[in-house]
Design a protein around this ligand. Sequence first.
Ligand SMILES: [Zn+2]
Length: 344
Amino acid sequence: MLYRRRELDLPNGNLDTPVLFPVRNLGKRSSDNTPTYVGDIPDFSSAIINARSIRNRDPMWNRLTNGVTLREEMDVPEDTIVFADSGGFDFTSGEVDTTPKETLETQRQLNADIYGTVDVPLSRKNRAAENQDRIEQSIQFALEASDHHDGDSLLLASVHGYDPETIRNNIQHLEKYGDFHGYALGSLVPIRTDYEKVTSLVLAARKATEKHLHVYGLGGLVYQPLLLYLGVDSFDSSAFIRAAGNRNYLIPGFGGEELQNIEEMERLPCPCPICGQRTLDDIRQDRTALTQHNLWALATELRRFRYVAESERDIENYLDLRFRGNEVTQRAYKTAKQQIRRLV
Ligand SMILES: [Zn+2]
């Protein structure tokens, strides 16, 4: 059983893991399109933000360096836990325009609790040699960040690789030559439909370290239970925003359903504070409401897994049921189960 619970002692408060960091789009566009959730959804008193986007948006950065706090800018309580990602995903095709030291300064200015090191993500479209260069560059950046980091915030080294051995070697190397509180696995979003591959990479990372393990970008409904089962401590997701943009209604235990496919019902099959009170037609016309519901759906999926684990029910029985509806995810889960059983 790899599922585990921990508590992180962070500069702005304690955080129980496993946990999902919802994506806040602050700085990404002129107006943040993430609706308010801190205070509404008790499970999520945390957020992941893109340090680079905020740094590059002049009016916002001016406010932040002139006395306004990041939490004020986000309109959330000061004890909200913030994970500041370097924004490396933007370097998938573009040039790296920051240094590990500069990124650390930005993360510090934002009073973030968790820092992700600068990284250059991989792409399946790249030649192997190009991806290898990127893997090595991310390692160098992480080690430089380790040299410059001090203070109480958690430093997570961003790790990349498209085979389990690379992941294991990278983590062992960083463990030997750097000083990190944990690791954050990236480059998985482009290969997310290859569940078996993703599962084997996550498992390789989990086996390589006992420290905190974060997975970038894969906190949607289907991945959540899988990652919890694999012993991942935290993950982040913008699935609730993206799904709402496509008029997709997330249903815990199932997945997404396009609202246009649901016609005849007056009320939706969810008792969250949005759907519990409002009619389908009402929600259909309100994208913010749909986004909020979708985040409730992610919270529900997480709570359900925790309930199964805490009540000492058999998690594998639950997951057998959970993944029965979809052949692809069922196969991924079975692969994970076999690999985990070989470990024990
Ligand atoms: Zn709902």
